[in-house]
Design a protein around this ligand. Structure first.
Ligand SMILES: Nc1ncnc2c1ncn2[C@@H]1O[C@H](COP(=O)(O)OP(=O)(O)OP(=O)(O)O)[C@@H](O)[C@H]1O
Ligand SMILES: [Mg+2]
Length: 142
């Protein structure tokens, strides 16, 4: 599935609509370059699922994970940019979350061999000469 968004708000709206298809245990990989819009997309997912548009959803840049309680179940939002080696995820409670929580993972590349096979891949790409546009690819893998 492909979406082209022409503004940050359109990406927020796309994510909020798509959030309705998600269920606990789903694992979402959010891929794309620095500044692609992974955190914008993740924040909109969390706000839609918790049903609170004003909810603070900080990038877990240093803590690597931030958890939320949604009516549908727990949400774990990872930003693994600063993960030094894949095995470090076990220190974050990874095994408790797998299969139970909805997992939203920025920089899933950092998981290396520990990356779950079965996941939903979201790739956000910028578009040349259109600084406020993005191409968003969503694919179910595994
Ligand atoms: N169509 C768009 N969709 C999403 N973000 C957009 C769009 N157009 C412009 N932007 C801007 O791009 C930036 C995306 O930032 P964001 O923090 O979400 O990126 P990121 O992929 O999480 O980067 P990082 O890898 O550094 O965490 C924001 O400043 C946002 O305003
Ligand atoms: Mg980010």
């Amino acid at each position: 599935m492909e979406h082209i968004t022409k503004s940050e708000q359109q990406t927020v709206d796309t994510a909020a609509t798509w959030a309705k298809t998600l269920k606990p245990g789903d694992i979402i990989f959010l891929r794309g370059n620095l500044g692609a819009g992974k955190s914008v997309f993740a924040r909109s997912l969390v706000r839609a699922l918790v049903d609170d548009q004003a909810l603070e959803v900080p990038s877990p840049t240093f803590t690597l994970v931030q958890t939320y309680d949604a009516p549908s179940g727990p949400i774990w939002h990872f930003d693994l940019y600063r993960l030094k080696k894949p095995e470090e995820i076990y220190e974050l409670g990874w095994e408790d979350a797998i299969g139970e929580a909805l997992m939203i993972i920025e920089w899933p590349e950092r998981l290396g061999m520990l990356a779950p096979q079965h996941h939903i891949d979201i790739h956000i790409q910028s578009i040349e000469n259109e600084p406020d546009s993005r191409m968003i690819h969503i694919n179910h893998i595994g």
